[in-house]
Design a protein around this ligand. Structure first.
Ligand SMILES: [Zn+2]
Length: 500
């Protein structure tokens, strides 16, 4: 084991083939498979979430900073990670989470954060995401273990690279290596609720040698060209002495893992880890919790981690928000068809562009719903639809106010100025005087955000909306207007949007 690292000179690394020549696919990465049984990485990182930006398509929301220690046994499929997090968004605070997992099961030890202390079995989706990320973050190890399918020379703007196509765990990976055999980037295509498929790519620099083995000490990760993570490594250890004790899992403790959920998280590691960057633990598709809770005559809350709203009219249904995930929306469509066999979902009102409230939009749009969104988000959504949907999508753009009447029951849509998200709208059912918002006020939930709540109340007053009942994309049931959130409100840090 070596504690000291030194900056790597490209000329001492692998096979060096002369000026202008890229390394060949015959570079002997396989030897690292034998030489590296375990690694320990110590780093500091920043996480960003592009789909939680203030402005749709704008600079990604900075969700957290954290120090991380990761110990990994790639061949044995064992990992231990400890994250000491400073949470920024959506709820400022601190959170410490440590997890130890083998291929499909794991245990977690967590303190702080939105949920407070929570120890228990590791979510299988997070296990899959973590392992995927370890491979993608450590391209020399990936090259050592994966099966090589092909390689080709790519002439880039600045330099030529050798693009090596790999297969590991039924997943295709691309690693671009420079003339000295060092990876400059690794990527893989993943599932994405909005786009269907998206590139998950990490770029590597600051290569240093540890016990004769090159490791990148600087990483930048992107999905669809948008920044999601920066990582600066302070130390890497090869075959550290205490690895086995950190990786040991008490077999009697964890509940059996779910291989299907592990794969679900593996195929969507960028989403699971973006959520982790905001202080979430693991995710699930939310197909078991689809229910219609009638909160006013003909108005139904569909509870979940993020609620939807269904408004029933004599001539059809309107859905407000399509929260996580496409699988949940598909189930919601099936249940709605059973309950209202003669009524189609004619409108999909999207309160704002954030992916947690829109990640289920594709199945609803595929089923024929007209999208209702703020004019300020229309271009963003149109780009997604044109790039990824097979059918043309009918969109209605809301400027300040719009009345929808195609379900035979009036629905009003109002814009709300809030820095939670530019292009926010709220849906109002005049005959019940019920207003549905997302993220600004969450009925009957202890956690509130005072500035966002103020934004909603100002919109109610400015538009002169005659509100008696509130429902929300979070929270439960309805709350009577006016609402007093004093005693619950958490101030929100004003977001600074830096230049890229
Ligand atoms: Zn939001």
């Amino acid at each position: 084991m070596s504690v000291d690292t030194k900056t790597l000179s490209a000329s001492v690394v692998l096979c060096i083939c002369g000026t202008g020549t890229v390394a060949t696919a015959q570079t002997d990465y396989a030897r690292f498979r034998d030489e590296v049984a375990t690694i320990r990485i110590e780093a500091t990182a920043q996480r960003f979430e592009p789909r939680q930006s203030v402005v749709a398509g704008g600079f990604p929301m900075h969700t957290s900073n954290y120090d991380v220690v990761a110990v990994w046994d790639p061949a044995g499929e064992r990992a231990h990670e400890a994250w000491d997090m400073s949470l920024i968004y959506p709820v400022p605070g601190s959170m410490q989470i440590a997890f130890t997992n083998n291929e499909t099961v794991g245990i977690r030890d967590q303190e702080g954060g939105l949920l407070g202390a929570a120890d228990g079995p590791m979510e299988s989706s997070r296990i899959g995401a973590n392992f995927k990320d370890l491979w993608l973050s450590n391209p020399i190890i990936l090259l050592a273990h994966a099966e090589e399918r092909a390689s080709s020379r790519i002439d880039g703007d600045e330099r030529a690279v050798e693009r090596i196509e790999l297969v590991l765990e039924d997943t295709e990976w691309l690693v671009d290596v420079d003339g000295s055999g060092l990876p400059v980037a690794a990527s893989t295509m993943e599932n994405d609720p909005h786009s269907g498929r998206i590139e998950n790519r990490i770029e590597f620099s600051d290569w240093r040698e540890v016990d004769g083995i090159p490791f990148p000490f600087r990483l930048e990760q992107f999905t669809g060209d948008q920044l999601v993570r920066r990582e600066l490594r302070s130390a890497v250890y090869v075959n550290p002495e205490n690895a086995d004790s950190l990786l040991a899992l008490d077999e009697s403790e964890p509940a059996p893992g779910d291989p299907a959920m592990r794969r679900w998280g593996w195929e969507m590691s960028h989403i699971i880890l973006k959520r982790a960057g905001g202080g979430n633990i693991g995710n699930f598709p939310q197909i078991d919790n689809v229910a219609f809770e009638e909160i006013a005559p003909g108005i139904f809350l569909v509870p979940g981690t993020h609620n939807n709203l269904i408004i029933e009219g004599p001539e059809g249904l309107a859905l407000v928000d399509a929260s996580w995930y496409p699988e949940r929306s598909a189930t919601l469509l099936d249940r709605a068809a059973e309950r209202w066999p003669d009524k189609a979902i004619k409108y999909l009102n999207l309160t704002h562009h954030h992916i947690d409230h829109t990640g289920g939009m594709r199945p609803v749009i595929d089923a024929g719903a007209t999208v209702v969104t703020s004019a300020r988000n229309a271009g963003y959504f149109r780009d997604i639809f044109e790039a990824t949907m097979r059918r043309s999508v009918r969109m209605i753009e809301v400027d300040q106010f719009l009345a929808l009447d195609e379900i035979g029951r009036e629905i009003h849509v109002y814009d709300v100025y809030t820095e939670h998200a530019d292009g926010m709208i709220a849906a109002y059912v005049p005959d019940e005087k019920l207003l549905f918002n997302a993220d600004l006020f969450s009925p009957n939930r202890p956690l509130q955000f005072s500035l966002w709540f103020d934004d909603l109340i100002k919109a109610v007053e400015w538009h002169g909306i005659d509100v008696e009942k509130h429902a929300g994309g979070h929270g439960a049931g309805i709350a009577a207007h006016p609402v007093d959130i004093s005693g619950h409100a958490m101030p929100v840090t004003r977001m600074v949007v830096p230049a890229r």
